[in-house]
Design a protein around this ligand. Structure first.
Ligand SMILES: [Zn+2]
Length: 300
């Protein structure tokens, strides 16, 4: 198990997969400057970048957050058996994700909150699982927290989205709608305090309703940033948005705000897609930032 601590809260990484992105680095990060990028090769290669294929290496994992009051799954990866032909990395997966969750000491029934930072296919998959040919909620006792802005952005019944993008509609149908129909969803308007330790805040740009989770336990801080950052090179280059950011300019503004929060509060940054060691403190570097990677307290 790979576990970090923030005060008395434990944060465990539940891996779905780690490997090369589907698209080359310069396509994934359209503003990528090769000279600046190559200056980072000593730490980028081979863990975070493969020069031979020009692919960034990224992880897809959930964060299992255990505070004194809550057992939270933050982002739920891509899921098994989902029909994603336009996303080869996430198409028809068969990964022992649930075994890894159980190995961390948690049953699906014990998860009381599932928080999706946004509703892209790689963040909602384990919301549901296939049982007797139907998609049903994986976590029967959980409240699933989504931003209302985000939910309404993806709801295919608004406008003619189902016709415009059948793939996106399919993600909603198999990974969002079943938990809505089960009455397990709470739609969040603006900032939302889960309790006095956990604050969900809007962080738009990657998607319109993207949120981050801020944790404060005994004066120690963590920030779960979802896809406000995909790759650690963006700590050094916070203005490099990905081609999957729906509003790249706003995404860069939000990215800087996330990094500045980490500096100001000495918060550990818990992204969803960084390769090992997955977690970093953030230090200022002129008008940019640099990561100081923080290893886990690891055990099998
Ligand atoms: Zn993602």
């Amino acid at each position: 198990m790979q576990t970090w601590t923030v005060g008395a809260t434990t944060v465990t990484r539940i891996e779905e997969q780690i490997g090369p992105n589907d698209s080359p680095a310069g396509s994934f990060l359209p503003q990528l400057d090769r000279t600046r990028f190559e200056a980072h090769y000593p730490w980028l290669v081979p863990t975070h970048y493969d020069p031979a294929s020009d692919k960034l290496i990224t992880s897809n994992h959930s964060w299992l957050i255990r505070t004194g009051r809550h057992t939270i799954l933050l982002d739920s990866c891509a899921g098994n058996h989902k029909e994603r032909p336009w996303l080869p990395r996430f198409h028809h997966l068969d990964v022992p994700f649930m075994s890894r969750l159980r190995a961390a000491g948690v049953t699906p029934e014990e998860i009381d909150i599932v928080l999706c930072t946004h509703l892209h296919a790689d963040h909602v998959g384990w919301n549901t699982q296939l049982v007797d040919g139907r998609w049903v909620p994986t976590f029967p006792n959980a409240r699933y927290l989504f931003s209302r802005t985000e939910h309404d952005h993806w709801n295919p019944e608004i406008g003619d989205r189902r016709q415009q993008n059948p793939g996106r509609a399919g993600v909603y149908d198999d990974s969002v709608l079943p938990v809505v129909q089960a009455g397990q969803v709470d739609l969040l308007d603006g900032a939302h305090a889960i309790d006095d330790q956990l604050l969900v805040e809007p962080a738009p740009g990657h998607t319109p309703g993207h949120v981050v989770l801020k944790l404060n336990d005994g004066g120690e801080h963590g920030l779960f940033c979802g896809d406000t950052l995909h790759h650690p090179i963006q700590v050094y280059q916070p203005d490099w948005s990905t081609r999957f950011c729906e509003d790249p300019v706003q995404a860069a503004v939000t990215r800087r705000a996330v990094l500045e929060h980490c500096v100001a509060h000495r918060a550990l940054l818990f992204p969803t897609h960084f390769a090992a060691p997955h977690v970093a403190a953030v230090e200022p570097d002129g008008d940019r930032f640099r990561p100081r990677f923080v290893g886990c307290r690891c055990s099998d």
